[in-house]
Design a protein around this ligand. Sequence first.
Ligand SMILES: Nc1ncnc2c1ncn2[C@@H]1O[C@H](COP(=O)(O)OP(=O)(O)O)[C@@H](O)[C@H]1O
Ligand SMILES: [Mg+2]
Length: 315
Amino acid sequence: MTTLAIAASGLRKSYRDKSGDKVVLDGIDLAVPQGTVFSLLGPNGAGKTTTVQILSTLIRADAGQVHVAGYDVNREADDVRGAIGVTGQYSAVDKLLTGEENLLLMADLKHLPRREGRQRARELLAQFDLVDAAAKSAGTYSGGMRRRLDLAMTLVGDPRLIFLDEPTTGLDPRSRRAMWGIVRDLVKDGVTIFLTTQYLEEADELADRIALLDRGRLIAEGTAEELKRLIPGGHVLLKFADPSRLDAARLALGVGTPDPEALTLQVPSDGSVRVIRQVLAVLDEHSIEIDEMSVHTPDLDDVFLTLTGHKEALR
Ligand SMILES: Nc1ncnc2c1ncn2[C@@H]1O[C@H](COP(=O)(O)OP(=O)(O)O)[C@@H](O)[C@H]1O
Ligand SMILES: [Mg+2]
């Protein structure tokens, strides 16, 4: 059995305001196996930060069961805090301190012995490409550098479970890619990552499993491939060496849109292995040779639009 780094069921949270109770999380279930990247994907206001705050013991849910790193977030909050690292949506970096001082301060908060703290700070500055900037005040850092320092600070205590709340929102594409590389390295070391994002591409790139959060509800959950298969628009593209094979294939399959110029046949498919196997079996039966084959699934944008009916809010 795989051990779960995060197990939550029936999470609910409302805030009371002038117009009454505003439901922010409306019964969320989560299961994140150790050593995996789980992405909570949703537009602004969906409830991502609220979820992270509950899982990381910053706020309490109104209802639901939550275990993080094997501990109950309500009864064993200190144990949870000792086991996790959190990089919030809003930076924990002190702009008046240098990059190195920020890391040393964090080492102090984590009660690392002085020497060990300095050693850890040096390692992290190197790992996050901040050696040259180490002695400069963080206020002078670019957005990408500040995010890297923020994440480095989270790693001072070597947490095995890390929450990253929108780690690349507002970053330019290059800084975003750098951050993705860092996340991948952490995963290689076996760290579990709970990542929230508004970027479909980011979830697609990094996550083992993705949950789509919309207005406080999970509307779908699975691997990127599974989610893409939820909606139509996918197809298998077959390429042939000559027009006669293309025609024969069209006839044998009884479906598909031929492109005589490209010598391809586009066959509708949900991307499942079953359908692909069927297509290949039919062509094989008729001894029709294929030159190339590719499977096209719709992207996550399509999924979100189909499932929610609104995607403008998502980047
Ligand atoms: N402390 C609070 N008081 C009242 N409403 C809140 C509070 N925190 C969050 N909300 C509301 O909950 C909803 C979800 O917020 P949040 O979890 O920050 O979403 P996300 O991180 O996905 O953008 C929003 O409508 C937000 O206004
Ligand atoms: Mg947020």
